[in-house]
Design a protein around this ligand. Structure first.
Ligand code: DQA
Length: 144
């Protein structure tokens, strides 16, 4: 059984109540439930975390590094600004796939750049919640 970490960053706790045009209507709780279900169906164990604070996200990556075989991360806007999260992913040392619900490559110029993506083995964007399923499949295939 593989252990997969799911990490969500700032404002993703507001899913379902923010910008439905870009992020859809699913709540954070329902999204996490769904992704955990997909993990369960593939016989993987999943721990999920969300924080609005950069340091807490770094703490989670450090604390869960021994447990996790890999991670799915959506750091929200911190993807576009945090060198510290990039470095934390490098230290994490396990395969990570970055997920964005919206198609960041077609939005504002500042949003098109992800500073954390280069520390990931792959990235999925613009598929909404389905992107997490695609990312999970890809991660588990790598870990098999
Ligand atoms: C997001 C894209 C980010 O640019 C934004 O700040 C978010 C959500 C996404 O999932 O599409 O909070 O990561």
């Amino acid at each position: 059984m593989k252990n997969i970490l799911l990490v969500h960053g700032p404002n993703l706790n507001r899913l379902g109540r923010r910008d439905a045009h870009h992020y859809g209507t699913i709540s954070h709780a329902d999204l996490v439930t769904q992704v955990k279900l997909w993990a369960q169906e593939r016989d993987a164990s999943m721990r999920a975390y969300q924080s609005n604070h950069e340091g807490s996200l770094i703490d989670v990556l450090q604390e869960q590094g021994d447990w996790a075989d890999g991670a799915l991360v959506n750091f929200g806007a911190l993807s576009h600004s945090s060198y510290a999260l990039h470095d934390a992913l490098v230290d994490f040392g396990k395969p990570v796939i970055e997920v964005h619900l919206s198609r960041i490559s077609e939005r504002e110029a500042w949003r098109r750049v992800s500073l954390t993506r280069p520390a990931c083995v792959d990235g999925v964007e613009g598929l909404g919640p389905e992107g997490y399923r695609v990312a999970l499949e890809a991660l588990l295939a790598r870990l098999a």
